[in-house]
Design a protein around this ligand. Structure first.
Ligand SMILES: [Zn+2]
Length: 278
């Protein structure tokens, strides 16, 4: 292993071991979640339709600054896509507003970007952001992990592996679902490993189309992953579903709310700015 890879591995180990927000998966696995970042329209129009055909739902980590933007991943979501996404029961997560890396700005600026992204979700949809967040580019720093962890219900990175039995809600592991049929065996092995470990396997992708970008996958690969996971008796759940399972509502602390609001929310529904007591 070269020096750069060794440093990367040490960095990953350090970041995985500090500022954790642990939660126990218990016997709830095996669970598989399908997530899409940024997000290109095809993740919903094609990817969302595949999930719906299997009667399951996904999580879309949208960077609102990418709305109406076209790039190598194709056209990104439009406003009407957000409505369609929620109508179909998918989850809308956040991904900063401008899709910036926490390594490119100060921690204060990054935290503001996360808040701006979440506000934009609320303004555009009229619904509270449920508080599930993914780090753009999967880049994480110690300070960003700590700071964002104070504000959101969960943060997802892009380091591969299975979550569980103890999970870190401040830096969830996720595995790329990129490419086409040549990735089937790898996807199959991950799903089987997750089943053996009764863990929580999170996939992430971007565009879903016959000729995807190198950050996307073909409809066939997604179909294969969803149907294989279903056949293996894995539960396919959104990020919000799983966070809701591992963090009991009565253990949530709501920030910036008065006591009456806290009691009302704890008794009935989840809120955006929630987190476990430390
Ligand atoms: Zn992204």
């Amino acid at each position: 292993m070269n020096v750069k890879a060794q440093v990367g591995r040490l960095r990953q180990r350090l970041l995985s071991s500090v500022y954790r927000r642990p939660a126990a998966l218990g016997s709830r696995g095996p669970i598989v979640s399908f997530t899409f970042d940024d997000f290109p329209r095809t993740a919903l129009t094609i990817g969302g339709a595949i999930l719906k055909d299997h009667s399951v739902r996904g999580t879309y980590y949208a960077a609102m600054g990418l709305m109406n933007v076209s790039n190598h991943q194709g056209d990104h979501f439009r406003r009407e896509d957000l409505e369609a996404l929620l109508r179909d029961g998918h989850e809308l997560g956040s991904h900063t507003f401008s899709h910036i890396s926490c390594r490119s700005v100060s921690t204060t600026s990054f935290r503001e970007e996360v808040a701006k992204g979440r506000r934009a979700v609320e303004e555009l949809t009229g619904r509270s952001d449920v508080g599930n967040f993914a780090f753009p580019f999967g880049e994480v720093t110690l300070q960003a992990k700590k700071a964002v962890g104070l504000d959101v219900a969960s943060s997802r990175g892009i380091w591969s592996g299975v979550n569980g039995p103890d999970i870190d809600l401040n830096l969830l592991r996720a595995n790329s679902l990129y490419g086409g049929d040549d990735r089937r065996v790898e996807v199959q092995e991950l799903i089987l490993e997750n089943e053996r470990r009764k863990g929580w396997l999170i996939f992430y992708s971007h565009d879903v189309r016959p000729n995807p970008s190198r950050f996307g996958c073909t409809p066939e690969l997604l179909k294969f992953a969803v149907s294989f996971a279903s056949r293996q008796n894995s539960r396919i759940l959104t990020m919000a579903d799983v966070v809701g399972l591992v963090v009991p509502v009565d253990k949530l602390v709501f920030r910036g709310q008065d006591r009456d609001q806290e009691a009302e929310m704890a008794s009935g529904r989840r809120h955006s700015a929630c987190q476990e007591p430390r």
